[in-house]
Design a protein around this ligand. Structure first.
Ligand SMILES: NC(=O)c1ccc[n+]([C@@H]2O[C@H](COP(=O)([O-])OP(=O)(O)OC[C@H]3O[C@@H](n4cnc5c(N)ncnc54)[C@H](O)[C@@H]3O)[C@@H](O)[C@H]2O)c1
Length: 211
């Protein structure tokens, strides 16, 4: 099969995108990225590395080294790209400095999150906590979390500001309990539906949600 790096249109696209990036902001920085073999972050990494003169270090979190080397085969000998094997559900350990953190890991396709509902929740919830802990430990100055507009359901505005809470009229922090309970309730629901998920907890307990 043809490598993505042999596809002319792809190379042109990432080259054009690379030119549009704020290189001054990124120059000389160490950036830890999760979800690196996925659609968005792999495109971002390719766009950062395509310019060979660009001084940057990307610490790419990958589920397996093979995944990373296979997706970024063009850059396996490029010192600007370093792989760290990590499942971001668990605490993340990286040697050296990290200036910026980008959290792009998730199950994102309907099949993925239908088949792995608990992992999908943990990756997003524990994942962001672990990426935040990493940022705090490393005194990083920025963390970017890739969310999705699906969290708003039918949003009633076209352009969504960061503090938008959906159709809820409640104040931002009051929404915390609603969303957290919603997530916990979903967790319980999924466990009830998918008894095999209980293997996760190494025991058989029956669970139910009280309202
Ligand atoms: N693609 C879109 O149109 C879109 C739209 C809205 C939001 N997003 C969000 O942007 C982010 C990136 O999307 P994408 O389309 O590139 O995703 P993708 O499905 O292409 O890639 C997901 C990545 O997450 C990694 N991953 C999964 N589980 C992991 C784990 N436990 N530990 C470490 N890595 C793990 C996978 O290996 C893969 O590299 C996601 O959070 C997604 O929800 C994407």
């Amino acid at each position: 099969m043809k490598s993505l790096y042999e596809v002319e249109e792809y190379i042109k696209e990432i080259t054009d995108f690379s030119k549009s990036l704020d290189k001054e902001f990124l120059c000389g920085k160490n950036i830890a990225i999760s979800g690196t073999t996925g659609l968005i972050c792999s495109y971002l990494i390719d766009s950062l590395l395509i310019d060979e003169t660009f001084d940057i270090k990307i610490i790419a979190l990958v589920l397996t080294l093979e995944d990373g080397k296979s997706r970024f085969r063009k850059y396996v000998n490029d010192k600007r790209l370093v792989f760290v094997v990590a499942n971001i559900v668990n605490p993340i350990h990286i040697d050296g400095a990290v200036d910026y953190v980008i959290h792009g890991a998730s199950y994102t396709d309907p099949k993925g999150y239908a088949e792995h509902p608990i992992d999908t929740m943990l990756i997003n919830f524990n994942g962001v906590k672990n990426m935040l802990d990493l940022a705090v430990e490393k005194k990083s100055t920025k963390l970017l979390f890739m969310s999705t507009c699906e969290i708003y359901g039918e949003a009633d505005i076209d352009s969504i500001p960061e503090d938008y809470t959906g159709n809820s009229t409640q104040w931002m922090f009051a929404v915390v309990i609603t969303k957290a309970k919603g997530l916990a309730r979903l967790f319980v629901f999924v466990i009830r539906k998918k008894k095999e998920s209980l293997l996760l907890f190494q025991g058989l307990v029956d669970v139910l949600a009280l309202r």
